[in-house]
Design a protein around this ligand. Structure first.
Ligand code: ADP
Ligand code: MG
Length: 280
């Protein structure tokens, strides 16, 4: 692709952490919504067989005609599988439990790690340099380092790591970073670390603050200034099929995700400026 095409291509960000319950899906849903709220065009790819991102964005099982399983295993196009969500400007490739069979079904495919990348590349080619006007593709990864997560890291420009402020957070992170290194070495040399976002932060809990300080010491400016607080509104919203921003815009969780979206847009502007400087 030319530089112009590359500049217009969406930023593909894998939201990943092999630990379950750290806020990956919540971050994909609400960061996606917050980015759309500040005029970015966003698509989420739900790569977790549990389909929580799909449900949480108002796409119940009955409305999932084509899914990420069809894209990954069946070879359907990304575009054909994209469904609208309750959020204007945000679409989703939903998932369902069939996806949990992907590991076995792809076992004989030598190039199984590249299937999502191929689908994204093909849809960009089919759509031309504007790539359907998408600014971001967020991939909601399952809680493991399986073929689905590897596909996601192979297809992505970068990884965004939600980290829950609890005792073993850093240990899990070093395992994840080893996987990133391995993917860089074998499958996707340009995989970048977009950043680490601290989630479910509890300001009344000393441990939360200690873990946050530790993570900032290790990862410096890779850690977003925005911290996502533990907020009951965030956990209630999926039960009504809405992101928290549509459920209660003024709660602390919604405001934090808006602030995170702004940080990411600024980060991308800076990256573009630097890339243009290198070309000039
Ligand atoms: P993962 O996708 O990493 O498994 P989830 O995003 O599903 O994690 O979050 C795990 C649980 O924690 C969910 O029940 C979710 O509603 C809840 N949760 C996530 N973020 C917050 C938050 N900021 N405040 C309160 N509850 C949260
Ligand atoms: Mg999840």
């Amino acid at each position: 692709p030319t530089d112009v095409q590359r500049a217009k291509a969406p930023r593909v960000i894998a939201v990943a952490n092999q630990k379950g319950g750290v806020g990956k899906t919540t971050t994909a849903i609400n960061l996606g919504t917050a980015l759309a709220a500040i005029k970015q065009k966003v698509a989420i790819i739900d790569l977790d067989p549990q389909g929580n991102a799909s449900t949480g964005l108002g796409v119940p099982p009955a409305k999932r005609t084509l899914t990420s399983y069809d894209v990954l295993v069946g070879g359907d196009s990304l575009k054909s599988a994209m469904a609208p969500t309750v959020v204007p400007g945000l679409s989703i490739v939903p998932s369902d439990e069939l996806l949990s069979g992907a590991e076995l079904e792809l076992a004989d495919d030598q190039r199984r790690s590249y299937r999502l990348k191929r689908a994204i590349d093909q849809s960009m080619q089919a759509l031309g340099p504007d790539a359907a006007g998408l600014d971001y593709i967020l991939i909601d990864c399952p809680p493991s380092l399986n073929v689905l997560t590897v596909n996601s890291l192979t297809a992505a420009d970068s990884i965004l790591v939600p980290l829950q402020c609890e005792f073993f957070a850093l240990e899990g992170l070093s395992q994840l970073l080893k996987t990133v290194e391995r993917v860089r070495g074998h499958l996707n040399s340009r995989l970048d670390i977009q950043g680490v976002v601290l989630t479910m932060f509890d300001s009344r809990n000393n441990l939360s603050a200690e873990v946050a300080a530790d993570v900032r010491e290790h990862f410096g400016d890779k850690v977003y200034k925005t911290v996502i607080p533990r907020n009951v509104r965030v956990s209630e919203a999926p039960s009504v099929g809405k992101p928290v921003l549509l459920y209660d815009l003024h709660c602390s969780g919604s405001q934090a995700y808006i602030s995170l979206a702004k940080e990411i847009v600024q980060q991308e502007r800076k990256r573009h400026r630097e890339a243009q400087g290198e070309v000039a």
